[in-house]
Design a protein around this ligand. Structure first.
Ligand code: IMP
Length: 175
């Protein structure tokens, strides 16, 4: 059985449910790993896979890229989430009209060079809204909608960056 290496239970649950909908059962290695610092999420995934001592596993790395901030926090999303958090992001965005942002998710699998990417576009909200989801979900409004991902987790599960990356991954696995 393919196993997902992540210490993030929210990520594991999302992946498990999405894969189950495709008839694929996955296992969980509930462990963190040192994320290799790199300029892109793809590179973080490729380099991190090299130091993970397991076979038949996949990892996923993600981030939120805010256009008006030059793509920040991007590959530093986890760090920012642990430091200035959503209120800090909203502060940086005060008075900023261009609220465009995108979530990116990249999945890599042990023993393969190929990675699977998913993107969802949206906007940064003006306030923190909603109880669902995790991380930046309360400040992210997907394109064409009014509610944040945290206010509408059901919609998130249909269109999220992770959903899209997992769909690509599943397509590859079933080829
Ligand atoms: P990493 O992929 O574990 O490096 O996490 C990147 C950062 O982005 C973490 O702070 C997560 O909380 C955040 N993040 C990743 N995916 C999502 C998501 O689906 N919603 C909200 N925040 C997310």
């Amino acid at each position: 059985m393919l196993r997902f290496v992540t210490s993030n239970e929210n990520k594991f649950r999302e992946a498990r449910d999405i894969m189950a909908a495709h008839g694929i059962e996955i296992g969980w290695i509930k462990e963190g790993y040192t994320e290799v610092q790199a300029d892109t999420i793809e590179e973080v995934v490729r380099e991190s896979l090299k130091i993970i001592p397991y076979e038949d596993v996949f990892i996923e790395d993600s981030g939120i890229f805010i256009r008006a901030l030059g793509g920040f926090p991007g590959v530093y999303s986890a760090y920012v989430e642990n430091t200035i958090k959503n209120p800090g992001i909203l502060k940086l965005m005060e008075g900023v009209e261009d609220r465009r942002a995108e979530f990116v998710s990249v999945i890599g699998v042990s023993g393969e060079d190929k990675v699977f990417k998913g993107v969802v576009k949206g906007n940064i909200a003006h306030s923190i809204r909603g109880e669902g989801g995790f991380g930046y979900d309360p400040i992210f409004i997907p394109e064409g909608r009014e509610k944040t991902f945290a206010e509408d987790p059901e919609y998130k599960s249909q269109v999220s960056h992770r959903r899209r990356a997992l769909d690509e991954f599943v397509r590859y696995l079933s080829e």
